[in-house]
Write a protein that binds this ligand. Structure first.
Ligand code: AP5
Length: 213
């Protein structure tokens, strides 16, 4: 199974990808997570990416495509993958097509998580992530058992720099301008499946599983 999860920031791509990893035993490939790891380790790529990310702007296409070229050729991608947060622009989608041709892969689906943008600010401003293992919580919708502590590794929870209200608005604007056109791009290839992502996490999971049957 090779699929793309498309949807706005806070649409639930990361949350739902975790369920699909378990269901299909394939990796979640999140460009956001890869970039954050590079920023944390202060690699050359991370240093280049961090200002774009903190301001909610997209990292340049050539940086992302270079990163994905090597990632999709790794051994764990042989049986499939879930692309979470990539592609994000038409040039990235065109670059992905070329890369897939080169390595002989074919996409099965581009899943579109449909959710009203009003719900998103609420979801993102209450998101907290674990500094240690990266597990994602939500203070309202999926709270940790112990205040400010991860239930998996006991490390501290933090708020992402780009989850501040002003930056969220900028991310949504950029999504509408640069990423939403991908829905048409993949519809034209008959790859899109729309999933109602406005309910709670478990309802969305059920909708997603139904869409993939
Ligand atoms: P990235 O990390 O990809 O951020 P994003 O796309 O903005 O996505 P999010 O992680 O914010 O949202 P999500 O849809 O995964 O939601 P989640 O499941 O976590 O990218 C960050 C930055 O990196 C970008 O701004 C850009 O700078 C750069 N970047 C990354 N990829 C790039 C690319 N390809 N090109 C260029 N630049 C790139 O859920 C959010 C919260 O809501 C959580 O707290 C969760 O618990 C909660 N939640 C989830 N589902 C529900 C639900 N159904 N009901 C209630 N709460 C829910």
């Amino acid at each position: 199974m090779k699929l793309i999860l498309l949807g706005p920031p806070g649409g639930g791509k990361g949350t739902q990808a975790k369920f699909l990893v378990y269901k299909y035993s394939i990796p979640q490939i999140s460009t956001g997570d890869m970039l954050r790891a590079n920023v944390r380790d202060q690699t050359a790529l991370g240093i280049e990416a961090q200002n774009f990310m903190n301001e909610g702007r997209l990292v340049p296409d050539e940086v992302i495509l270079g990163m994905m070229d090597s990632r999709l050729q790794k051994e764990d991608c042989k049986n499939g993958y879930i692309l979470d947060g990539f592609p994000r622009t038409i040039p990235q989608a065109e670059g992905l097509d070329k890369l897939l041709d080169k390595i002989g892969h074919k996409l099965n689906y581009a899943i579109v998580l449909d959710v009203e943008q009003e719900a998103i600010v609420n979801r993102l401003s209450s998101r907290r992530s674990c500094r240690g293992c990266g597990r994602v919580y939500n203070l309202i919708f999926d709270p940790p058992e112990k205040e400010n502590k991860c239930g998996s590794c006991d490390d501290e929870l933090y708020q992402r720099e780009d989850d501040k209200t002003e930056t969220i608005k900028n991310r949504l604007k950029i999504y509408n301008e640069q990423t939403a056109p991908l829905i048409e791009f993949y519809s034209a290839k008959n790859l899109t499946q729309h999933v109602d992502a406005s309910g709670d996490i478990h309802q969305v999971k059920a909708n997603l599983i139904t869409a993939l049957i």
